[in-house]
Design a protein around this ligand. Structure first.
Ligand code: FAQ
Length: 318
């Protein structure tokens, strides 16, 4: 710590020097608050994100597909847990974060408010939704907060498997009957635009970006990440032999990126305001699961208390 500078200046110097900030380090209250907001919303997204795919476990077309889907959904639960733990290192208890989700105060990713209508949707989620999540999360492995960046490393490894299993579902179906090919195209038509919305509002309309970029919580802007995802995904669509539902999508030789059509921002803001096709259903399912699990939490606390007493008794005998 350099005494010529204020606490804030020293903090920003550390960020500028690519130091990681750790839980016991001094940090501005707004940095802490921004991190709790982003990390907890990220955690909520992982947990709510289990619901659309959970809908298809019992209807997977084969044992192999069922096992892979189960493993993927369990991974998402694990991601939620690492992320809640990372957020807890900032001093906010998990119960408070979960209350914020249930009361509608905290957001979760817009993408999970869309319905999963058939098996091809499992492929489209893996390929597009996990694909978009990876692009965002690879950048976050370099985020300035140590526990968040370390959680991201493991999460990204698992997300790669998720994306591959989604692509594999779609690839297999795209080699199948005409009806299966149509299912692939239909699923991609429905998931493409909502996947682009996952990256958040465009940079000019993103209120949190400037400060989060300065603190290196975010390393790339919403539009930069969205463009990366589009550039990566268009050639993969060609391998599947499908089209993406955007007539304006074409490669721009000058920028070396794909130009794309306008996102329907009205739809995005409606979904994050709670008015998407499945918002009510998703939140109700989470609240019910939490209430149904109350006895488990109580039993765990009672068991921990008993163990504590037992340990104290053993210590006093020794
Ligand atoms: N949905 O100023 P910005 C996954 C909100 S993980 C809902 O740009 P920021 C894995 C934003 O919170 C998917 N809300 O905000 C998986 C803010 O509202 P607030 C989750 C959104 O934070 C796959 C307001 O709009 N990933 O999918 C969305 O700087 C398959 C203004 O926006 C992460 O959370 C949205 N799409 O940038 C699981 C990654 N976009 O909080 C299961 C970490 C924006 O002020 C199955 N998060 N908002 O009330 C981030 O990178 C950032 O938080 C952004 C938003 C980029 C999402």
């Amino acid at each position: 710590m350099d005494s010529r500078y204020s606490l804030e200046e020293n903090f920003q110097n550390r960020i500028d020097n690519e130091d990681k900030i750790e839980p016991r380090d001094w940090m501005p209250e707004a940095y802490r608050k921004t991190l709790v907001r982003q990390i907890s919303q990220h955690a909520h997204s992982e947990i709510v994100g289990m619901l659309p795919e959970g809908n298809w476990i019992s209807r997977a077309p084969s044992l192999k597909r069922k096992l892979a889907l189960l493993a993927k959904i369990q991974d998402e639960a694990g991601h939620g847990l690492y992320l809640y733990s990372a957020a807890e290192t900032l001093g906010t208890p998990r119960s408070e974060m979960i209350d914020a989700l249930h009361s509608g105060k905290a957001k979760y990713s817009s993408i999970f408010n869309y319905p999963t209508l058939n098996w091809a949707d499992m492929g489209a989620i893996g390929w597009l939704v996990d694909g978009a999540a990876i692009v965002n999360q690879v950048a976050l492995t370099r985020t300035s907060y140590g526990p968040y960046s370390r959680a991201m490393v493991r999460i990204c490894k698992e997300e790669s498997f998720h994306q591959r299993q989604g692509f594999d579902i779609l690839y297999t179906m795209s080699q199948g009957t005409e009806a299966q090919k149509n299912m692939v195209q239909d699923a991609v038509n429905r998931w493409w635009w909502p996947s682009l919305m996952m990256f958040g509002p465009s940079d000019t309309d993103s209120p949190n970006s400037a400060q989060s970029m300065k603190w290196k919580i975010k390393r790339l802007s919403n539009d930069e990440l969205r463009q990366k995802f589009i550039d990566m995904t268009v050639p993969q669509a060609a391998v599947l032999g499908i089209t993406l539902p955007d007539p304006e999508l074409k490669f721009n030789k000058e920028t070396q990126h794909y130009d794309h059509g306008e996102i329907n921002w009205d739809e995005f803001y409606q979904v994050i305001a709670g008015n998407g096709p499945c918002n009510i259903e998703r939140l109700a399912a989470r609240i019910k699961a939490h209430e149904d699990g109350q006895w488990v939490r109580e039993a765990a606390v009672a068991y921990a208390k008993k163990q504590n007493v037992k340990n104290q008794e053993t210590k006093s005998i020794a």
